[in-house]
Write a protein that binds this ligand. Structure first.
Ligand code: NAD
Ligand code: IPM
Ligand code: MN
Length: 368
C-alpha cells in the first residue's frame, strides 16, 4: 500500500550519520520488499536554528502533523550550548513530543547474545535480558510550572523546576504499560519516590488504581534509587518498567550500559489514537548527538536502524519486516563486526557505513 508518509528529521551531530544508514535500509525495502515510503526530510535542533532560527520551526511542526511516522536522529551540540534556554536545540524534540501528544516513550533494552560480552555487567547477568521501559514523555519536571532562575529579595539567586503529574497523565501512560505487560510476561514494575515526593505518592495511587483493570498483570512498586541499583546488579528480574519522564530518562541510559551500549537502544514515542485510529508516533535512538565522535564516521547506527524497525512494527503493523531488520542486525553482530562502542576482543572494528552496508547485505541473504 502506498502513502506511508514518513518524516525524517536527522538533526545534529551523529544524527545525520546514523540516519543515512537507515536510508540504505529504506532503499532496500523499496527494492526487495516493494514497500515504498513517501519521504519528506525536515529540520530540527541546531540544524534548524542555523537555517531558520528556531529549534523546531512551525514548518517542521506542520510536516510532523501530516506524517504517519517520524524518524528522528538526535539534537544538540557544543555549537549551541551558549544559547538562551528557550532557544536550545533540545527544545526541538521537546516541542514535538509535547505538541503531538507523544506521551509514552517505549524504550526496549534487549541484550543481543553476541553482545553479552560488551555489557558493563558479567555476561551471565545479562544474557537473554529483554526489558521494556515505558517512560512518560510529555509531563513531569520537564514541563511543570513554575520553573526558572530568579533573584530572591535578599539578593541571592535560585533555580527551580516543578515535578507535576495529573491523574489523566498518569492514567494513560499506566494503561499503555499494563497493556504491554499483559502481552509480555505479565509483570510491571512502577517506579517513583513515593517516600519523599508528593507527585510520587500520587503516581503510586493512580497506577495501583489502573492496575485493578488488569488483574492478569502482577504490579509491583519500587523506589527509583533502588531500581537503579537493581538494574545495575540483577536486571533480569524486570520485564516492563513504568517511570516518569525524568526517572525513565535516567533508567534507560543505565539500561543501555547494561545491554552493551547506548548505540544499540531504539525507542518509540506514541500518542493516543484519534477516532479514526490514527496516532502520531516518533522513533529515535535513546542516545544523543554524541559530539565527542560526530563527524568521525564511527558512530554505531544500530540504535537508529532498530528505531526504524520499531517504526515498521508500531506505525505500519509490519511485524515481519521489523523482525527481518532486527534479525539482520543480530547477524551482523554475530558475524563479528563491531563499531568502537561495542568492541570486544577478536571482533573486527568498523565504522558507521560499513555497519549499515553489512545490515543490508544480511537482509539480502535473508530474503534470497
Ligand atoms: P550522548 O548520548 O550524545 O553521548 C553519550 C556517550 O555515548 C558519548 O560518549 C557518545 O560518544 C556515546 N554514544 C552515543 N551514541 C552513540 C552511538 N550511536 N555510537 C557510539 N557511541 C555513542 O549524550 P551527551 O553527550 O550527554 O549529549 C550530547 C548532546 O546530545 C547534548 O546536546 C544532549 O542534550 C543531546 N541529547 C539529545 C538527545 C536526543 O536528541 N533525543 C538524547 C540525548 C542527548
Ligand atoms: C532523550 C534526551 C532528551 C530527554 C533531551 C535531549 C531533551 O536525553 O531523548 O533521552 O531528556 O528527553
Ligand atoms: Mn536521555
Amino acid at each position: 500500500p502506498a502513502n506511508k508518509k514518513l518524516l525524517v528529521l536527522p538533526g545534529d551531530g551523529i544524527g545525520p550519520e546514523v540516519v543515512r544508514e537507515v536510508r540504505r535500509v529504506i532503499d532496500w525495502m523499496d527494492r526487495r520488499r516493494s514497500v515504498t515510503f513517501d519521504i519528506e526530510e525536515g529540520l530540527v535542533g541546531g540544524a534548524a536554528i542555523d537555517a531558520l532560527g528556531h529549534p523546531c520551526p512551525d514548518r517542521t511542526m506542520q510536516q510532523a502533523e501530516r506524517a504517519d511516522a517520524i524518524l528522528f536522529g538526535s539534537v544538540g551540540g557544543p555549537k549551541w550550548d551558549s544559547l538562551p534556554f528557550e532557544g536550545r536545540p533540545e527544545l526541538g524534540i521537546l516541542r514535538l513530543r509535547k505538541e503531538l501528544g507523544l506521551f509514552a516513550n517505549l524504550r526496549p533494552a534487549i541484550v543481543w547474545s553476541p553482545l553479552a560480552q560488551a555489557s558493563s555487567l558479567k555476561a551471565e547477568l545479562v544474557d537473554g535480558l529483554d526489558l521494556m521501559i515505558v517512560r512518560e514523555s510529555t509531563g513531569g519536571i520537564y514541563f511543570g510550572e513554575p520553573r526558572g532562575i530568579e533573584t530572591l529579595p535578599d539578593g541571592t539567586r535560585r533555580g527551580f523546576d516543578t515535578e507535576s503529574y495529573t491523574e489523566e497523565e498518569i492514567t494513560r501512560v499506566a494503561r499503555l504499560a499494563f497493556e504491554l505487560a499483559s502481552k509480555r510476561s505479565g509483570r510491571l514494575t512502577s517506579v517513583e519516590k513515593a517516600n519523599v515526593m508528593q507527585s510520587g505518592r500520587f503516581w503510586r495511587e493512580i497506577v495501583t488504581r489502573v492496575g485493578a483493570e488488569f488483574p492478569g498483570v502482577e504490579l509491583s512498586h519500587m523506589y527509583a534509587d533502588n531500581c537503579a541499583m537493581q538494574l545495575a546488579s540483577r536486571p533480569k528480574q524486570f520485564d516492563v518498567i513504568l517511570a516518569s519522564n525524568l526517572f525513565g530518562d535516567l533508567l534507560s541510559d543505565l539500561a543501555a550500559a547494561v545491554t552493551g551500549s547506548l548505540g544499540m537502544l531504539p525507542s518509540a514515542t506514541l500518542g493516543a489514537p484519534d477516532s479514526s485510529g490514527r496516532r502520531h508516533a516518533l522513533y529515535e535512538p535513546i542516545h544523543g548527538s554524541a559530539p565527542d565522535i560526530a563527524g568521525k564516521g564511527i558512530a554505531n547506527p544500530c540504535a537508529q536502524i532498530l528505531s526504524f524497525a520499531m517504526l515498521l512494527r508500531w506505525s505500519f503493523d509490519m511485524e515481519e519486516d521489523a523482525v527481518l531488520i532486527e534479525g539482520a542486525v543480530e547477524k551482523v553482530l554475530t558475524g563479528g563486526l563491531r563499531t568502537a562502542d561495542i568492541m570486544v576482543p577478536g571482533a573486527a572494528r568498523v565504522g558507521t557505513s560499513i555497519m549499515g552496508e553489512a545490515v543490508v547485505r544480511e537482509l539480502d541473504k535473508m530474503v534470497a
